[in-house]
Design a protein around this ligand. Structure first.
Ligand code: NI
Length: 276
């Protein structure tokens, strides 16, 4: 079964038919999904989506675009909600120098604060980084590099929608122990760099993601995305790696379960009885 490690089903783009799409996932081979928060407003929506569906997990945190919303009250709210059994990671957190909606200083401070929240709970993080390669790597090294508290963690997290170089991909995976999130972009004609990254990276470090409603794969580029389109991403990765789509599905699912610490929590998997 496919594991969509990064979706935004709480987005208003799904207001019309959210439950229909979610009900269609399992029959289409999509077993699990992580819904990822962005703004302060989204935290509650993401958590209630996870509470309402066995197969959805929550990732809670503030996206760098909303870094200025990280006040004392929001930190207290995160501290409380991160203890919820359906919450599997802190995210999406990081740096975004494309939109620059908060100053670089505010973004860096929110990134560090939220990493520390994750580290204190031994939880993985979901990193959003856009046009901020050097500064992101510097902060990740500071928190997860050799000899740090983060280095000792088994589950460190994922570089979501990985968009940087092959060289940095090697550092994030082999040196720092992070996974790379691969989605619709890998099917784009102009995604030569990402295809090189996928070719160069061991399948053990890749996880699937949609970032839906954004980044639909070819031939749906520009349309609303959903986990139902992940088979196009699976086929693109399989072609690049020279393996079967089934192998890509199985390996990335195992990686995602490990990454989000679900291996010891099998009772939460759909069909096993317990409701999240
Ligand atoms: Ni996202």
């Amino acid at each position: 079964m496919i594991f969509d490690t990064h979706a935004h089903y709480d987005d208003k783009a799904f207001d019309e038919d959210r439950e229909e799409i979610l009900a269609a996932l399992h029959p289409a081979g999509i077993g699990l999904a992580a819904d990822v928060a962005a703004s302060r407003d989204s935290l509650e929506r993401v958590l209630s989506l996870a509470h309402g569906h066995d197969f959805i997990y929550a990732v809670l945190g503030l996206h760098p675009d909303y870094a200025s919303e990280l006040d004392e009250e929001t930190i207290a709210c995160l501290e409380r909600d991160l203890a919820d059994p359906k919450v599997v990671a802190v995210g999406e957190i990081g740096l975004d120098y494309y939109w620059n909606k908060a100053s670089r200083e505010v973004q860096a401070a929110a990134f560090r604060t939220q990493i520390d929240l994750a580290l204190s709970r031994r939880m993985p993080i979901v990193i959003h980084s856009r046009e901020a390669a050097q500064d992101t790597l510097a902060i990740v090294r500071e928190k997860y590099g050799r000899g740090t508290a983060g280095a000792a963690l088994e589950q460190k997290g994922v570089m979501h929608c990985y968009s940087y170089s092959v060289e940095q991909a090697r550092i994030y995976t082999r040196e720092l122990g992070f996974y790379l999130g691969i989605g619709g972009v890998v099917t784009f004609k102009n995604a030569r760099k990402l295809k090189e990254v996928v070719a160069d990276t061991d399948l053990d470090f890749l996880v699937l993601e949609t970032d839906c409603p954004y980044l639909a794969p070819v031939p749906f580029r520009g349309k609303r995305n959903s986990s139902l389109l992940l088979p196009y991403v699976v086929r693109a990765i399989a072609e690049i790696k020279g393996v079967t789509p089934e192998e890509v599905e199985a390996r990335t699912e195992a990686n995602a379960r490990r990454m989000y610490g679900l291996d010891g929590r099998q009772s939460r998997v759909p069909g096993s009885g317990s409701k999240g």
